[in-house]
Design a protein around this ligand. Sequence first.
Ligand code: AVI
Length: 326
Amino acid sequence: MNSSLRSENQIETTTSYKFQKEILDDLKSNPKKLSSKYFYDSKGDSLFQKIMALEDYYLTKCELDIFKNQTAEIANLINTESKPFDLIELGAGDAMKSTFLLEHLVRKGANFTYMPIDISANILSVLKTNLNNAIPELNIICLEGEYFEMIEKAMTISSNRKVILFLGSNIGNMEIADAEQFCSKLKRKLNQEDNVLIGFDLKKHPKTILRAYDDPTGVTAQFNLNLLVRINHELGANFNINQFEHYQTYDPINGACKSYLISLIDQKVLIGEHQIHFAENEPIFMEISQKFSPADILKLAHRSGFDSLSELYDSKKWFMDAIWQI
Ligand code: AVI
């Protein structure tokens, strides 16, 4: 075995050990939980694509509206003095929204390198091929791995100004305290002239929010249940997914939209050699999709050391892309 293969295998072993440890710790905790960052295996990726295409899942359409219709404004705000810069996108996925910005920047002759960061090598390679075809002039460096490790890597690749994109309300998948920690850490990595652009889903009629996360076709339910299927495949578990049901809540006061899987019966599940007991009606907390008011967003910016530079809304005012400076 050559040394690069050996180190790839070591990375794989470390990653799957981390996955197993986290899953077991989370299912042995009280209340039980699982981390939504593990939703995205290849089946999870394709279910999320289906969610984004759902009529009621408005988030993607709203942010697309901003990126389609306010592209020049975003470009002016982030491309301040036309100095070379690195445009780093956290969790780039298929870069559907940012492609509008990339095309615009290339058309305007901006001097920048696009650096998408994603945990999925597969997604990055598809993205690179698609972008090479769509925008051949674009400089692109894909960074595969965890956000902060890859931001550090980007710093070693070039000393250019950094503009960080964190779109799609991904920040909403963190508890508020974690989002604050995340933004503070991000701030510490950046320099005076850098900017961040973060997509926030706004508080709105509770029924509109619940419909987006509790679709009648059951795709969101499958998306949640798929993590149990993944645990079955990757950790040798025996979850019977018919014995768990997706349950969604939204609290219009604190803006927390939460999903759970409810155990329909009293049951024991094996994960490798570990046995986990689920009482009838016991919940597993799966995901938070936090909703914000403009004031909540300003508070988050200030508490993590940023200043607001601009707030861009879609035509319905359901979503905000906030641009922050240091
Ligand atoms: C990726 N993330 C921003 C989605 C959200 O809206 O919280 C994940 C999702 N979960 C259920 N539907 C979509």
